[in-house]
Write a protein that binds this ligand. Structure first.
Ligand SMILES: *[C@@H]1O[C@H](CO)[C@@H](O)[C@H](O)[C@H]1NC(C)=O
Ligand SMILES: *[C@@H]1O[C@H](CO)[C@@H](O)[C@H](O)[C@H]1NC(C)=O
Length: 242
């Protein structure tokens, strides 16, 4: 009586294994994985990452775009490495508030009984963004769309969000770096909103754009967020900049 049951179980296991094997083998089409590896090598595993911009121009496929980024005004902001003390960053995000000083909005946190103040001007200086004080903080949608068309973007350029995979490799890399290093996204790193696409377009077309203001606005938005102390929380955000 036990024998058929055992046999049934046995065949079940065999069937299971047979179904598993081809699946794991199928998961290995080389293209996707090497693509992913290259992307991963370029980043540190935290929010607001440091970009690897291939200083010796070894990655032929990315040649040109890495050089333009190295020579761009976001170079310092996306490549400067600094020691980050988790407890201090946490203390900042735990205590911060938006206050007005002399008519300017600033974010103020308290770390080790000291006030830490972040303002648009401070970001501009510390991150060496060389922002034009009169520059706008947005690029008109019409201009964004025109530029995306010229970049041969194949995605939905009329939407609120742009999937980076609709861009050609070099622009995809550019947008990837901007999402990972400058935006305040905590997940869904595939897409960028209009503000960030505007910033990308401004960089590509060499238009004035208030990048410090963009980062400040993103930090302010992070303020209202909740979440656990793991990767998904606001605590890890902009650690390098703070
Ligand atoms: C743009 O950035 C500068 C920093 O150079 C800042 O002083 C100015 O207030 C910003 N402009 C706007 C509209 O926020
Ligand atoms: C972005 O595009 C890729 C490839 O087409 C797709 O796999 C991914 O799900 C898209 N992401 C979003 C958030 O739509």
């Amino acid at each position: 009586m036990w024998f058929p049951l055992f046999w049934q179980l046995f065949t079940l296991i065999i069937v299971f294994m047979c179904r598993m094997v081809p699946k794991t083998q199928k998961r290995k089409p080389a293209m996707k994985i090497t693509d992913k590896l290259e992307v991963e090598i370029m980043s540190e595993p935290c929010h607001n990452m440091i970009a690897y911009l291939d200083p010796e121009d070894k990655l032929i496929k990315y040649k040109g775009i890495t050089k333009s980024l190295r020579e761009s005004r976001i170079n310092h902001a996306i490549t400067h490495q600094t020691t980050v003390y988790k407890s201090m960053i946490k203390a900042f995000w735990d205590s911060e508030e938006v206050v007005e000083i002399d008519g300017n909005e600033v974010i103020r946190g308290r770390v080790n009984n000291l006030d830490v103040v972040v303002s648009v001007e401070i970001l501009n200086i510390v991150l060496q963004l060389v922002d034009d004080p009169d520059a706008s903080y947005s690029v008109p949608l019409k201009c964004q769309r025109g530029c995306l068309l010229r970049m041969k973007c194949v995605g939905d350029i009329l939407g609120n969000q742009l999937n980076k995979s609709s861009l050609t490799l070099r622009y995809k890399f550019l947008l990837h770096v901007m999402i990972q290093c400058l935006s305040n996204r905590r997940s869904g790193y595939d897409v960028a909103d209009n503000d960030l696409v505007g910033l990308m377009v401004a960089l590509v077309l060499n238009k004035p754009f208030n990048i410090s203001k963009y980062i400040f606005a993103n930090m302010k938005e992070n303020l209202g967020r909740t979440g656990s102390a793991t990767g998904g929380s606001k605590i890890g955000m902009y650690a390098c900049f703070l």
